[in-house]
Design a protein around this ligand. Structure first.
Ligand SMILES: Cc1cc2nc3c(=O)[nH]c(=O)nc-3n(C[C@H](O)[C@H](O)[C@H](O)COP(=O)(O)OP(=O)(O)OC[C@H]3O[C@@H](n4cnc5c(N)ncnc54)[C@H](O)[C@@H]3O)c2cc1C
Length: 423
């Protein structure tokens, strides 16, 4: 039987799930494996299932580290010449680039920068492996954690996984290896791991590079299923799904067990005007989807915020937000080696043009969280993310509409996840 305190804490974990705040990073399983496992609910989301009594310390750590409970920007680097932008946070350099290795550039989501950096830190002996994602073997529309020890492994994980992906589900075992590594993950994955660094000193000792992507959020499983249904494909018929890559951004390619192949465009997937772009609730309120916890963040450099269909099969490129000294050193070393090819420097005006949805999200996050708070919902503690300051720059009517919109979503049940049905 659980201690009453533990039961209460487990209730809090269940509330996070039922209030649709779980993003499925896998940290719960990572910390309390054996007692909590990430399981695919019937809804298609990866959610924590409690399978045994977790140790009191583990549940405390989970609640303190969950990226839906705490989201903080790291302290500015001491004595560093970091720039600060209210939307984009701390940065040392904004620069375009792409993988020097033509295959990594081709297979990568955009210009293969993250894969190139992953392959470079391995080849140069800076780390022993890279923790990132690859297509999930049990559900290829989603992802799973991958430990890559070679360029070949990195290549297998290239591309964006626009489905639930729990890269931290084995984090204790990863740390137990006691070997230096780099991590590539979504901003929320990095937040969870940075939070866990306060509980386990091995994180800061072993994670040598923190690499991330600017993240609009992933497609909810029902959105991906609706996309598949338009081509007469049921989710269980899919044996391979590449969302992008092999172009800029390349086709979304679905393969079925019985040999059918469908290739669709980026806009077929997300909608002509992003009108099929639905999001998990947690992504809608994300106070940091620009990777403030990373050394380097890779993004798409599409003017106006969307790809030009004419470029669908062109060689891709990225823009990088290089935030830290470690990131700056890595970019310089990878460029000197030829692993990375650098293009023009970028700037904040250009970033705002490339990522209008990220600019909007930073300006709406505070009011949306206020809406959740007003409805008595769980709200993440935030620090250093400037979201209150950005909300203050908006007029009152704008903030009131954002807050009211979030309250209406909660009341309409759009910010709730049914108690997981494990099918
Ligand atoms: C959920 C999601 C939302 C995105 N939203 C935006 C956006 O708003 N704006 C924008 O500019 N770009 C967005 N991207 C795309 C992103 O820009 C590119 O993935 C990024 O620029 C890196 O490109 P690349 O060519 O360097 O990637 P690659 O070289 O292909 O490397 C991508 C790396 O990311 C890892 N990865 C992929 N998917 C996941 C995942 N779900 N969880 C953890 N790790 C993963 C892979 O394992 C791989 O190591 C998004 C990607 C994802 C997965």
């Amino acid at each position: 039987m659980n201690h009453p305190d533990t039961s209460e804490k487990l209730r809090c974990l269940a509330d996070l799930v039922e209030q649709a705040m779980c993003i499925g990073c896998g940290l719960c399983q990572g910390l309390a494996g054996g007692a909590i496992r990430m399981a695919r609910a019937k809804s298609g989301y990866l959610l924590p299932e409690v399978t045994g009594p977790p140790a009191e310390g583990d549940i405390d750590a989970i609640l303190a580290c969950c990226p839906s409970r705490q989201v903080r920007a790291p302290q500015p680097e001491e004595g560093a010449r970091q720039n600060h932008d209210p939307v984009w946070g701390a940065y040392r350099r904004l620069v375009h680039g792409w993988a020097g290795d033509a295959e990594l550039r081709f297979e990568g989501a955009s210009g293969g920068v993250l894969s190139a950096l992953g392959a470079f830190v391995l080849a140069s002996g800076k780390v022993d492996f890279v923790l990132h994602a690859r297509a999930a073997r049990d559900a290829p529309a989603g992802g799973e954690a991958a430990l890559s020890f070679s360029r070949t492994d990195i290549l297998a994980g290239a591309g964006s996984r626009y489905g639930p992906t729990a890269i931290l589900a084995g984090i204790k075992e990863v740390l137990d290896l006691g070997r230096p590594f780099a991590v590539i993950g979504k901003p929320c994955d990095l937040t969870a791991l940075r939070n866990f660094a306060r509980f386990d000193a091995r994180v800061d000792r072993l994670v040598k590079y923190w690499l991330s992507l600017v993240c609009g959020g992933f497609m909810p499983p029902e959105g991906t299923n609706a996309f598949l249904a338009r081509y007469g494909i049921a989710p269980e018929e899919v044996c391979r799904l590449r969302y992008r890559g092999r172009g800029f951004p390349g086709p979304t390619r679905v393969e079925t067990w019985d040999g059918r192949v469908v290739e669709a465009s980026y806009y077929d997937f997300w909608g002509e005007n992003y009108d099929r772009w639905t999001l998990p609730h947690r992504c809608k309120i994300c106070p940091d989807s620009i990777g403030e916890a990373a050394d380097i963040v890779a993004a798409d450099p599409w003017p106006g915020g969307g790809p030009d269909p004419e470029d669908a099969h062109a060689a891709g490129s990225n823009v990088m937000i290089v935030r830290t000294g470690a990131g700056e050193g890595l970019v310089a070393a990878a460029a000197a080696d030829g692993a990375l090819v650098l293009g023009d420097e970028s700037d904040i005006v250009q970033m705002n043009d490339y990522q209008p949805h990220q600019v909007a999200r930073k300006h709406t996050a505070w009011a949306r969280l206020e809406g959740l708070r007003a409805e008595g919902r769980l709200v993440p503690e935030t620090a250093g993310l400037r979201i209150e300051e950005l909300a203050r720059r908006m007029d009152e009517a704008f903030n009131a509409a954002q807050e009211a919109g979030m309250r209406a979503r909660v009341r309409a049940g759009k910010a709730s996840e049914p108690r997981p049905d494990w099918g």
